[in-house]
Ligand binder design. Structure first.
Ligand SMILES: [Zn+2]
Length: 333
């Protein structure tokens, strides 16, 4: 996919580094969000603090030397609810219990879902202005939006998913028109029901990305790839961003059975542990995947968003990741 990147005018070093999307919110922002929920803070005041936190994370990524940046999602809560709240056709449920004792509000589709207006373009523009490095555009994909919502409107999951795809395509188009050249579609739920991949998830992704001039990354976590591999290679994206170090690199064994034909953003640090993996550990992971893939196919990033880690843990993991990449890069030259 190097050609596509070049055509888009993007010059990236070998083994480009990036991150999946979210970073931990600083204490002052968590405090402000609580106040906002309690109606003790105006939206404009909250927005200023979100901008402040975004600036800090962009500066941190630049300082470490990351190649493709993210805005850090300082303004987001849940990744499906965030978009559902902005789109028409959704309302929000009362508290729903998920695993353990965690309660959350789940979106409900109650009418035809429609794209209301650009939902992410403002933040993308704000962030891109702060850096010369490319800033990823970022949306939650149609399959995950469908799977993580109650559906009270469409006759079945397929129709809900395809309608969401039509709406989200407009967001992707708006991002590309604004200048976003790398767009990530988050689909953590895509292996939820493996048979649905062929039934309609492939079609949905095609609706979202086809004919739009950008390099597309699909982020999938929870690691149930064995159920949808190699079929998932037919998803209409250029790059898969997969959670791999948390699953002990099982994926690399899958690639032995069926070659991986796209680009891969390879997760090299586990986001579920406080442990900051040292440089040699990360280097070893990169070398292992290089036995299977060509360097031109490979990007390096953490397994998933870092929002549940502390700022220090996040920075430590990213610094070590970048150092490990620099070492391997030096040998590739
Ligand atoms: Zn993830």
């Amino acid at each position: 996919m190097q050609n596509k990147l070049k055509k888009l005018g993007l010059k990236l070093p070998p083994l480009p580094t990036t991150t999946v999307g979210s970073f931990p919110k600083p204490p002052y922002l968590l405090e402000a969000r609580k106040k906002f929920d309690a109606k003790q803070l105006r939206e404009s005041e909250l927005r200023l603090l979100e901008e402040q936190a975004t600036k800090e994370w962009i500066a941190a990524q630049e300082e470490i030397g990351i190649d493709v940046l993210v805005d850090g999602e300082m303004y987001r809560g849940d990744m499906a609810a965030h978009f559902a709240a902005a789109m028409s056709g959704f309302k929000t449920s009362g508290l729903v219990r998920s695993y353990g004792n965690r309660y959350y509000r789940k979106p409900i589709i109650v009418d035809e879902v429609k794209w209301p207006h650009p939902m992410t373009v403002d933040w993308w523009k704000f962030s891109q202005k702060l850096t010369k490095k490319p800033m990823k555009g970022m949306i939650t994909g149609p399959y995950t939006m469908m799977d993580w919502s109650f559906n009270e409107h469409y006759p079945n999951r397929k129709e809900a998913c395809l309608s969401l795809a039509e709406a989200l395509r407009k967001e992707v188009k708006a991002l590309a028109d604004a200048g976003a050249k790398i767009i990530q579609v988050d689909e953590p739920a895509i292996s939820a029901r493996p048979e649905e991949l062929r039934d309609f998830a492939l079609e949905a992704m095609k609706i979202v990305t086809k004919g739009i001039d950008a390099y597309f990354i699909c982020h999938i976590c929870y690691g149930a790839f064995e159920f949808i591999y190699p079929d998932m290679l037919e998803l209409a994206v250029d790059n898969f961003d997969l959670e791999t170090s948390n699953s002990e690199l099982d994926l690399v064994d899958l690639f032995k059975e069926h070659p991986f034909t796209k680009d891969l953003s390879f997760g090299v640090t586990d986001v579920h542990t406080h442990v900051v993996e040292d440089v040699p550990t990360i280097e070893k992971r990169i070398r292992k995947v290089l036995e299977m893939l060509k360097p031109e196919q490979l990007w390096i990033d953490p397994d998933c968003g870092l929002k549940t880690r502390s700022r220090e843990e996040s920075l430590g993991k990213l610094r070590n990741m970048q150092q490990a990449v620099n070492k391997v890069r030096a040998e590739l030259d």
